[in-house]
Structure formats: C-alpha cells, structure tokens
Design a protein around this ligand. Structure first.
Ligand SMILES: Nc1ncnc2c1ncn2[C@@H]1O[C@H](COP(=O)(O)OP(=O)(O)OP(=O)(O)O)[C@@H](O)[C@H]1O
Ligand SMILES: [Mg+2]
Length: 323
C-alpha cells in the first residue's frame, strides 16, 4: 500500500547539504499497522511529512529515494497533484489537535467542511456523513459536541474529532505522529484501541509514530526502529520484542519501565548524534556497548535475521557474529 525506498532528506544549501534522514526503507501492506519508533530528533516526523508531501519550503527536502502509494510513484508530487493522479489516499493526525483545528469554528462545521471537500456533498447528505464519522470515532452526544468550539472539548475528544476529519477522505493509509503523547494514560489507551479498531474495520493501513515502545507493543503489527535518521532494525512486533537484534533496540528496551522488572532501568550513555556530525561508520557506534573499530570506520551491513527481520549492524545480537 505504502512503500518508502531509500528515502533521504537533507537540509542546507546544495553545496553544504546535510542528510538528516538517510536511506529509510519500509513498506506497509493493506490494513497493516507499522510503528516507527525512535528518540527525539531521529527523523520520524520529517519522514512522515515527506510521505505526505508536506515538507515545509524552504527547508528540508527529499534528496533521493522513492515514495510509492498504491503502486504509483508520488515522490515529487504535491498533495493536490496526488489526488489528480488518482494515487492512494493519505491522511494524517498530529500530537496536538488544537494546532490543526480552527479555534473559532464549531466542531460540526469543521467536520462538515472536510466532508464537503472530499465528497463534494453538502446539506443533508454531508450531515449524514458527519454523523457516520462521529459514530466511527465513538463521539457520544453528537448534537452537543457538534455545536461546541474546540476549546470546550477535552484533549481526548479533540483527538477523536481530528480522527473523524482524517477519515472524511476515506484514507487507505493513516499517518499518526505521536497522536496520544499529550493525553493521560487512560485516554491514551482508548484512542489507541479506537485507531486499531478503525484499521481493522476499514482495512486501513497506519504508520504510527512514537518514541514510546510501550505504545508500540499494544498496537502495531510491525516495527521499524529509527536512530540518527536511519532505520536500524525492522521486524514483526513479536519477534522484535522477543529477540531484538540491534544493540540500540536492546538499549531502548532496557530503559522501558515494567512492573515485573527486578533490575534497575539502564539509561543509554551519551547523546543522540546531531545531524551531520557522524560521517563514517555506524551512527550508533559512539553509544554502543558492542562497538569495535570496524563499526566506527565502515558503514554497517544490512543483515537479514529472518524472512521479515533485518538489522543494520555488523554484530547483531544473538547471531553468533558477536564481536
Ligand atoms: N526545518 C528544519 N530545518 C532544519 N533541521 C530540521 C528541520 N526540521 C527538523 N530538523 C532536524 O531534523 C532532525 C529530525 O527531526 P524530526 O522532527 O523528524 O525528529 P523526530 O524524530 O520527529 O523527533 P521528535 O520525537 O522530537 O518529534 C532533528 O535533528 C531536527 O533538529
Ligand atoms: Mg516528531
């Protein structure tokens, strides 16, 4: 449904451009949920904006690679050109719905506007579709909520409204960039449950971006772990948690709190690299417990661990290739 191949995004003037996302490759099948996980600054949002065709100009730009949507190459197309080209439909939701909603318009009018733009309907037909969308995202007391302004709703309810607006275009792929990070835990669980249910019911694929491995574990089918602008490991969720191969993935898991855990949490020493500061070898080498000289000198190989599991590491865990 969505295929990203060797996506490379750079910033700065041509002569001094620095890559901030390098050769990112992944694909999402129909109805599948892929989690893109990584710490702050690893390039998750830029990757998702590039997929949407929404990178700000002037600013970061796609230097190389391809983005394919439902089989068509949309890399160089603006969002409106994609619609004209009949490429697959994408929609996106963000962390803070307040920044995407218009504060002076009633919720109902904002959802209806999205319906009007995508279906070209108005009046009774549009209002029926709005009701249908509210049902889908489980917004109760529709009449009351539709008449409200964004600031009168709770954070969770606002995120449901954003999901309804996103669904108005009947997306084949939904991109969700940290949509629950600003919500408290009980609401977060409800929204995650809703998103999963919608994907299953509408056969919609989802790219779910988060820095929280705990969220990933409850929600996704497959995981791509990003570090320093690269996908360092990708696997089905069970295999990733059961047998991580990349030392960064392992380290991320060691900083994840769990009630059953007896030993202390272990922070990852050092800091994530600033873009352009690591020019040779593996981006994780300066913080990796298993790094050897070769890791600092040569780019790590992409190693296939199993049919659906790959790691960008010369000495992946549990492979017998230990340094
Ligand atoms: N417009 C821009 N111009 C220059 N550099 C940028 C721009 N936007 C982002 N960056 C840099 O690109 C890198 C990746 O940013 P990105 O927003 O994709 O990270 P992220 O993984 O989404 O992080 P977070 O978890 O904090 O949202 C960061 O180092 C950031 O400083
Ligand atoms: Mg981000």
């Amino acid at each position: 449904m969505l295929a990203v191949r060797d996506l490379t995004i750079c910033v700065g003037p041509a002569a001094k451009a620095v890559d901030i996302v390098s050769a990112v490759t992944f694909s999402i099948d129909k109805g599948e949920v892929l989690g893109l996980v990584g710490e702050s600054g690893s390039g998750k949002s830029l990757t998702s904006l590039a997929i949407m065709g929404l990178l700000p100009t002037p600013g970061p730009r796609v230097r190389a690679g391809r983005i394919e949507l439902d089989g068509s190459d949309v890399t160089a197309l603006q969002p409106w050109q994609r619609v004209e080209a009949g490429a697959g439909r994408l929609a996106m939701i963000f962390q803070e719905p307040m920044t995407s909603l218009n504060p002076v318009l009633r919720i109902g009018d904002q959802i209806e506007e999205a319906v009007r733009v995508h279906d070209g309907t108005s009046g009774r037909l549009a209002r029926e579709r709005v009701r249908e969308l509210l049902d889908m995202v489980r917004i109760p007391d529709a009449a009351v909520q539709l008449a409200a302004f964004p600031h009168q709703l709770s954070g969770g309810m606002r995120q449901r409204v954003m999901i309804a607006i996103a669904l108005a275009c009947r997306p084949q792929v939904l991109i969700a960039d940290e949509p629950t990070t600003a919500l408290d835990v009980t609401i977060q669980v409800q929204i995650l449950g809703l998103l999963r249910e919608l994907c299953d019911r509408l056969d919609m694929a989802m790219l779910f971006i988060t820095h929280d491995l705990g969220v990933i574990a409850q929600l996704v089918d497959r995981v791509a772990v990003m570090y320093g602008g690269r996908v360092v490991e990708a696997a089905d969720v069970g295999e990733l948690f059961g047998a991580p191969s990349h030392h960064y993935t392992r380290a991320l898991m060691d900083c994840m709190p769990a009630p059953s855990r007896q030993r202390r949490l272990r922070p990852i020493p050092g800091q994530a690299p600033r873009p352009g500061t690591i020019t040779a070898g593996c981006v994780f080498a300066p913080r990796c417990v298993a790094a050897r000289d070769v890791c600092r000198e040569a780019s790590p190989p992409q190693i296939r661990i199993s049919e659906r599991h790959e790691a960008l590491c010369a000495f992946p865990l549990g492979s017998g290739r230990s340094p």
